[in-house]
Design a protein around this ligand. Structure first.
Ligand SMILES: Cc1ncc(C[n+]2csc(CCOP(=O)(O)OP(=O)(O)O)c2C)c(N)n1
Ligand SMILES: [Mg+2]
Length: 639
């Protein structure tokens, strides 16, 4: 039992903290000041992250929930603050992400008289939340917030909306918050249901297990892996289940997913809806469709649009443990065939992922990412083609390392997800793959990254087009309209103007240099954006982008340097030169005189620029660096 004394903001956050909430994502408005007051001045301060659009706040809360599996919290002001969240709340709804959105609300005593931003929010949010309601009484705020978290966390998880009238949030109360009751665990699945599924698994000749996001969100990843390994079931990973079997695992057949799902005779889908991503649950050859089993964490999720051979509902850990306990492990020839198909697919990818072609193919970005990503890296995708292809190539080493918008397919998640990922995984690499179209929805929140010192790497696939729409439209109509964006638009300069760092990759160069550049970007943890320029309107697998390996390498090293040495966000061109020099020397050593010469050329001009800039920077620590750069430049030119 905790005594809570204070206004509605204090009451609300006292309840929220008990659910492990450590950050509040928000955008200011007078209707919710008491929440800020409680977060800033309360006994246990909460990290306040103020963003530039309410949808970013909710996307960040959603990503927090999906990455940490503790609930995410966003607070928005009344009226437009709330209406701005609808796409993000719907995304959380479709992703089963436990998120609580608290909102302000016009005063009760004026209700109906037209006060500022007066609108009844819950009816707008009800269809896309587990529950949406209003609290009018300060004394009941803590209880209502507590209930909001419990609802959000109970399977099947999802967003909850609660608005607090001005009286409730500004009003004072003395309350006693009872000790939190455990969130209701999922029901144990019916043993008869599990038994039927075990029989089907035993009888199958070509079984496949599809794991979906709820396996990860429900904490069932270890049990799922044990069951797959125990029963020797080939696994296709979907959504956030990617990584439950790490890349390279002999049972992971996601790369051969089309063969697996086309030829299977039994498909067990656990923790994912049978939606468009899974062909609506139709698997196997047309003449002999596969038997389908659907396993969900709550009864409402079982598909009704497809005939099911069996289904089970309940806690997914309990389900997998029970299934594994029923035995029936055997190696199917089928497993070997799928592994061969995986290897064939990987071999076919190889040349693209490692392409030395100039200009460099965008798949190289993914190839290079795979090379430099740590096992705990978080890769986020927000865009069309650029992200679909990434999803194909980038297989995480651990679950919880991949975030895409999920089935709602909402563009604009990127910056919110990146903000949350950096907070959730302070020491991990965070890479956002961002389409140029997608950038338009949230790039302004690079400002939030800068203000809150949240370093992430953004790689912008800048094809000057809504690529995923352009090519289908051409295919349908023979022409396209409204599918082009500004060719070569300098998104990197947008980020630089906001106080981050950025570069546009212009020229092709050797793979080693490219790799080095990307690696140092990632190691530095501080670069903001690389805008990959493509031919205007180019599709990712059709037109080829142009990249500047020297630029990449230099900027990567530069950012690493910057972060460590100065803690500054901006680019001193000086450090760029130094990095370029190091790279040129390395290129010379490794027998690439062309790259070295290019580097040297940049070096000379950039060192001059650096000197010019130096006057503005007033960082005495750089003085030695200038001299060192000059000395090294002379050494390089002398070689
Ligand atoms: C909010 C929203 N608006 C529109 C769409 C439709 N849509 C899906 S993909 C896409 C194109 C994305 O373009 P970009 O981010 O540049 O990626 P590219 O396909 O060019 O790689 C569009 C407009 C959407 N999914 N979400
Ligand atoms: Mg694009």
């Amino acid at each position: 039992m905790v005594r809570v004394s204070g206004h509605g903001g204090v009451q609300a956050l006292a309840a929220a903290r008990r659910y492990g909430v450590s950050a509040l994502f928000t955008l200011s408005g007078g209707h919710i000041f008491p929440l800020y007051d409680a977060a800033a001045k309360g006994g246990q301060p909460l990290r306040l992250v103020d963003v530039r659009h309410e949808q970013t706040a909710v996307f960040a809360a959603e990503a927090t929930a999906r990455l940490t599996r503790t609930p995410g919290l966003a607070a928005v002001t009344a009226g437009p603050g709330v209406t701005n969240t609808v796409s993000a709340v719907t995304t959380a709804w479709q992703n089963g992400a436990p998120v609580v959105v608290l909102a302000g609300r016009a005063p009760d005593y004026r209700w109906g008289q037209g006060s500022l931003q007066e609108i009844d929010h819950p009816p707008l949010l009800a269809p896309v939340t587990k529950r949406a309601w209003t609290e009018h009484d300060a004394a009941k705020v803590a209880g209502s917030v507590d209930e909001a978290f419990r609802i959000a966390l109970s399977p099947h998880r999802g967003p909850v909306f609660l608005d607090l009238s001005l009286e409730a949030i500004y009003g004072q109360a003395e309350t006693e918050l009872p000790d939190p009751e455990p969130v209701p665990a999922g029901l144990a699945p019916d043993p008869g249901d599990v038994g039927r599924i075990a029989d089907l698994v035993r009888a199958a000749r070509r079984p496949v297990l599809i794991l979906g996001s709820d396996v990860w969100l429900g904490g069932a990843e270890d049990a799922a892996r044990r069951a797959a390994e125990g029963l020797r079931l080939p696994v296709v990973a979907n959504g956030q289940a990617r990584g439950i079997l790490p890349r390279g695992h002999d049972l992971l057949v996601t790369r051969a997913r089309s063969v697996a799902l086309r030829e299977a005779d039994l498909v067990v889908v656990a923790g994912a809806p049978l939606d468009f991503r899974l062909g609506y649950g139709s698997f196997g050859p047309q003449e002999a469709p596969a038997q389908v089993v659907h396993v969900t964490d709550a009864p409402g999720g079982i598909a009704r649009h497809v005939p099911l051979a069996a289904s089970a509902t309940g806690d997914l850990t309990a389900f997998f443990d029970a299934l594994a306990g029923m035995g029936g492990a055997r190696d199917h020839d089928w497993g070997g065939r799928l592994t061969a198909a995986v290897h064939a697919a990987q071999a076919a990818d190889g040349p693209l992922l490692a392409s030395d072609a100039e200009p460099v193919h965008p798949a190289r970005v993914y190839g290079e990412l795979l090379r430099v990503l740590d096992d705990d890296a978080v890769v986020i995708g927000d865009g069309g083609d650029f992200v679909s292809f990434a999803g194909k190539y980038v297989e995480p080493a651990r679950p919880g390392g991949w975030l895409d918008p999920g089935p709602f397919g909402c563009l604009g998640t990127g910056l919110g997800y990146a903000i949350a990922a950096r907070l959730a995984r302070p020491s991990a690499q965070v890479v956002l793959l961002l389409g140029d179209g997608a950038a338009g929805f949230s790039l302004m929140d690079a400002d939030t990254l800068v203000r809150h010192r949240l370093p992430v790497v953004i790689v912008c696939g800048n094809n000057g087009a809504w690529g995923l729409e352009k090519h289908p439209m051409r295919a349908l109509y023979g022409y396209d309209v409204l599918a082009d964006l500004q060719p070569g638009c300098r998104y990197d300069e947008v980020v630089r103007a906001l106080g981050g760092a950025g570069d546009i990759a212009l020229l092709g160069s050797s793979q080693a240099a490219f790799t080095a550049g990307l690696a140092s970007f990632l190691a530095g943890h501080v670069a903001w954006i690389i805008a990959l320029r493509q031919r205007p309107g180019g599709g990712y697998l059709r037109a080829r982008p142009v990249m500047a390996a020297p630029h990449l390498a230099a900027f990567g090293a530069l950012n690493a340097y910057l972060w460590k040495r100065t803690g500054q966000d901006r680019i001193p061109v000086l450090a760029y030169s130094t990095a370029l020099l190091a790279m040129s020397l390395a290129a010379l050593d490794s027998g690439s005189p062309g790259t070295a010469a290019g580097g040297a050329l940049f070096l000379v001009s950039d060192t001059l620029l650096a000197l010019e800039k130096f006057g503005d920077l007033h960082l005495p620590a750089h003085e030695g660096l200038v001299m060192a750069t000059y000395a090294s430049a002379q050494a390089l030119l002398a070689r």
